[in-house]
Ligand binder design. Sequence first.
Ligand SMILES: [Zn+2]
Ligand SMILES: [Zn+2]
Length: 337
Amino acid sequence: MTDPAHPTHVSRRAVLAGLAAAPALTTAATPAAAETAAMGAAEQAQAALKEAKGTKLVLLGTAAGPVPGRKRAMTSHVMVSNGTAYVLDCGLGVTDQFARTGISFHALKSIFITHHHADHNIEYGPLLVIGWIQGMPRDVRAFGPPPLKQMTEDFLRAYKTTIDFWAEDLKMTPLAAVDVTEVAQAGPVMQDDNVKVTAAIVQHPPVTPALAYRFDFKDRSIAFSGDTAPTEAVAQLAKGADVLVHETMYVPALESYLREQIAKGRPVKFEPYMAHMHADHTPVEDVGRIAQEAGVKTLVLSHLTPAIDSISDETWRAPAAKSFSGEIIVARDLMVV
Ligand SMILES: [Zn+2]
Ligand SMILES: [Zn+2]
């Protein structure tokens, strides 16, 4: 999502909120059914991680946009390599979804943010505080665009009293600071015993910088587009990677939603709205083309726009498969790749 301050973005937010409520086009699940489904996915993820030999990626949240109450959570991921966990993006739900994987908070060493939209960063602070109480190492590191340092300091300042109550009560060392590295340009981000991380600048106006990341583990390389219009920068960054997780927009479904909303009298202008979406996001056809150019083995379609369960996997996959010859996975929450 882009800046809601812009008029077209106000419309877009209204549209997305409306879309979430459109009964005809969403799969209504009873709370009990949703809970069962979530339990099943969590158990499957835990089993897959238990059996895993090498580095694994768990898709924690796979929906685009800041819309609560959907089956899919907002964007977040965790990679596990050699017992160490790396979180990428912190949309609403990241803490619960992380916990559902069964990965210990002790394993969480690094957090990466692609860009400062709420569907990617809103639960960053809560993940730190809940993570801390659950045993996250206090030397956890965070990486992302400016002003991540200030955001982190401000959040911990705002929650100082809350943190101190537990610290005193439970005889814990308070979470007073987090080591933050701001990333404002393309190039190397960090390196540790497991992974080398590189960033690229992508096209997501007016958000600057908006980042894509590549994680080169010893056994596997995983690249993430972040939110972006189609860009050569992602194809270059993901060159030869094992996995590319790319944001994906299915234009026909988005357009029919939009038309339906306009017919219902919502103050949305079709042309500027779609122009904005094309300036900021990538149609699935282009995702396939970029993945093919990058020569990745596996393409994961995620950050789905619109995030509607009635769109079949095949509908998502087919346009990408026109130009991409590798494996295509349509992301689901808690899927292990
Ligand atoms: Zn987004
Ligand atoms: Zn965004």
